[in-house]
Design a binder for this molecule. Structure first.
Ligand SMILES: [Zn+2]
Length: 240
């Protein structure tokens, strides 16, 4: 049966899409070589909330995230969700007891056919044997954050776009809030703020990717928003 499935759905590298040897490692040799250099050595921030990310948003990780979002390749979410769970377990263990995600608008979900953050959160939550709870709703269809460069405009663009339809399901609970990418952190911070306003006891964040590897940092205008200094490891929680 496995052999037949491999023939119909040959295993592919979730990052670049290359065909893989069956029952081999989860990524192709080229991506496996690049990934250790892209692993994030610390914890970042989304506004006032700590944010664990698995990788820098560069190279094959960037390719993989774009394919997940725009290529209708939702199978990638399975592997990526496990990477997120690993990063959250490493940096945020003991700080959450429920898992949720930053939802796309219903219009976007309809046109895309899926909500990528929901798929990531389901896969991550499955690692702890819990469901990914749909605590948030996007109540306004705003411009894509990727179309805005200025951090202040990005923050403005996501202000008030998330709501908690059932506050009684959120009250006094501590959430791990998952998104695909943390760029300036304003999307995660806005969604986390909505959970806190609804009475959550705490929110910590996790994403597959955020910031840029030191050698890529000078090419990016957004790096300064996520790192203390360009090219430095992510800031630790609690540091001013
Ligand atoms: Zn690959």
């Amino acid at each position: 049966m496995t052999a037949l499935l491999d023939l119909l759905f040959p295993p592919r590298c979730p990052f670049c899409g290359a065909l893989l040897e069956k029952s081999g490692p989860m990524a192709c040799p080229a991506c496996r070589e690049a990934l250790p250099g892209l692993s994030v050595p610390g914890l970042g921030r989304a506004g006032e909330y700590p944010c664990a990310v698995a990788f820098f948003y560069d190279g094959p990780v960037r390719t993989g995230v774009r394919a997940l979002k725009f290529g209708r390749k939702a199978w990638r979410a399975e592997v990526f969700g496990r990477c997120i769970a690993q990063a959250a377990a490493e940096y945020l263990a003991g700080e959450f007891d429920a898992v949720t995600y930053v939802p796309v608008s219903w219009q976007r979900k309809l046109s895309r056919g899926f909500d990528q953050a929901q798929l990531l959160a389901r896969s991550a939550a499955a690692c702890w044997g819990v469901p990914a709870e749909p605590a948030l709703r996007k109540i306004r269809h705003n411009r894509a954050q990727a179309s805005l460069d200025d951090p202040a405009r990005r923050a403005q663009n996501v202000r008030g776009v998330y709501a908690v339809p059932r506050p009684e399901r959120v009250a006094l609970r501590r959430f791990l809030l998952i998104d695909d990418v943390c760029t300036t952190g304003s999307t995660l911070a806005s969604a986390a703020g909505a959970l806190m306003e609804a009475g959550a006891a705490g929110v910590v964040c996790a994403a597959l990717a955020g910031g840029h590897a030191p050698q890529e940092a000078e090419q990016s205008r957004q790096t300064q928003n996520f790192f203390e200094k360009a090219g430095q490891p992510l800031a630790k929680i609690g540091e001013p």
